[in-house]
Design a protein. Structure first.
Length: 94
């Protein structure tokens, strides 16, 4: 499994040829929004999605984990994508 950090999220890829898992329940949670700038309010929660996924041998899957937002900025989306599966959770507002 490879990891890369291009800024406000982490991405990993894997191929089920190497692993023995045929299916899994996934919880995809996006980054929450940052707090209020001078007003002290909290940011919005990152969205979430729960899904059951069957893995297909020979398919590469990409997992992106969205970071939380800095002060007064939105978080980043999180996703699980590969084959015919595409699950994206929307980030919270800051």
């Amino acid at each position: 499994m490879g990891l890369r950090y291009p800024g406000n999220y982490v991405t990993a890829t894997f191929n089920p040829l190497v692993y023995t898992v045929a299916a899994a329940n996934l919880l995809v949670v996006a980054g929450g929004g940052g707090s209020g700038n001078n007003w002290g309010g909290g940011g919005g929660a990152g969205g979430l999605q729960l899904s059951s996924v069957g893995f297909v041998t020979g398919t590469t899957y990409t997992i992106t984990i969205g970071a939380g937002g800095a002060i007064a900025t939105n978080g980043a989306n999180s996703s699980f994508i590969g084959g015919s599966t595409s699950i994206t959770s929307t980030a919270g507002g800051g």
